[in-house]
Design a protein around this ligand. Structure first.
Ligand code: SAM
Length: 344
């Protein structure tokens, strides 16, 4: 580790792909293409605030991605805000589909969406080159779903979106559910049944302090251990192997039907295996969800920087990637943006 740290300037100068000073290989780029969202999920947004940051032209994001890919990025996830609101999305995915990794393979292209507009867009996105889709969904009961999102009739649309994604071949569709104690933890078993009936991988995510209303407390987090134990009331889960770089722990129901994932950044942090870097809708690099400072790549681009200069800037940002987050520790400093404005 010490050697890696001492050599960071040397690595920057020699153009080694994106390895940070802790030896983590950064190959996963998450890019927010809009700060707007058509849902107002109560645990994410205050309900009063609209978009806070501007959007760039799609061509600007594409140029940034090209530079990142030239440095070793192999996975690109489009997010927001709500990425399906962005005009030009299908063409953007087509352009991403034409890019090649350093070893000549197509990029792994994914989208995280609330699914509200997915029924119409799943097939065009698949045809354009999308590899995978993750749909966020925090309740399996329509009324509960509407109370969370503050949008009527969303549940039916999202379900139609999930089914359209499956039909288009974007399999396995992943469904992400953020659990908050006393709010939607009564949905755990319902989501277990949903995974089995709909043939999706349901992934529970521990709630992190990234919400506009700042209501987070350790007690509100429903932990991995608790999810596994509460699902056992319905049917026991058995853990299956997951790749080291995968953030989710994977489980099958004991009868082999239905997969559940649990992403546990609070109770079982995985910062040591983090391979991610983020770009916000206004073109700022964030090296961690919990970063308190950003690196203005769009600003540099606007000054007319060459690709080589942008690449150097990205390397230097990666070199400052935080060792880990400090959720729940005394003196925790909140991130400089909340989740919807970072791009989850
Ligand atoms: N609109 C898209 C969607 O709904 O998936 C993309 C953006 S949304 C901010 C991305 C993900 O972040 C969603 O799954 C959402 O549930 C999750 N999220 C929002 N606030 C969170 C928090 N405080 N902790 C954990 N996950 C959160």
């Amino acid at each position: 580790m010490e050697g890696l740290r001492a050599n960071s300037e040397e690595r920057i100068a020699n153009g080694v792909p994106l390895l940070d000073k802790y030896g983590r290989d950064i190959h996963d780029l998450r890019i927010s293409i809009t700060d707007r969202c058509n849902y107002k999920c109560v645990y994410c947004r205050s309900g009063n605030d609209g978009p806070a940051f501007p959007e760039l032209e799609i061509a600007d994001y594409l140029r940034m991605v090209r530079v990142f890919v030239g440095l070793g990025i192999t996975k690109v996830r489009l997010t927001g805000g709500e990425p399906l609101l962005r005009r030009g999305l299908v063409e953007m995915v087509r352009e991403l589909g034409a890019m090649r990794t350093l070893d000549g393979r197509p990029l792994d292209i994914a989208i995280t969406t609330n699914g509200h507009l997915l029924a119409e867009l799943a097939q065009p996105l698949k045809d354009a080159g999308l590899s995978r889709v993750t749909v966020s969904m925090d309740a399996v009961e329509p009324q509960h779903f509407a109370r969370i999102t503050r949008v009527p009739n969303g549940y039916e649309r999202v379900l139609a979106g999930i089914r359209a994604a499956q039909k288009a071949g974007l399999n396995p569709v992943k469904v992400n559910c953020v659990l908050l104690r006393g709010f939607n933890d009564d949905q755990i078993v319902g989501f277990g049944k949903f995974a089995r009936e709909e043939g999706v991988v349901v992934r529970f995510i521990e709630f992190m302090p990234l919400e506009e209303d700042r209501v987070w407390s350790p007690e509100i987090v429903v932990t991995l251990d608790e999810i596994v134990s509460r699902m056992a009331d319905f049917m026991p889960l058995r853990e299956i192997q997951h790749a080291r770089s995968e953030t989710a722990r994977r489980y099958m129901f004991e009868d082999g039907i239905g997969e559940i994932g649990i992403i546990a950044p609070v109770s079982h942090p995985f910062c040591g295996q983090c391979s991610r870097i983020r770009v916000t809708s206004d073109g700022k690099i964030r090296t961690c969800l919990f970063s308190v400072r950003e690196h203005d790549l769009a600003g540099l681009m606007a000054e007319g920087a060459s690709d080589a200069k942008m690449a150097d800037f990205i390397r230097r940002a990666v070199d400052q990637k935080e060792a880990r987050h400090h959720i729940g520790e005394p003196g925790f400093v909140p991130a400089s943006r909340t989740m919807v404005h970072i791009g989850g």
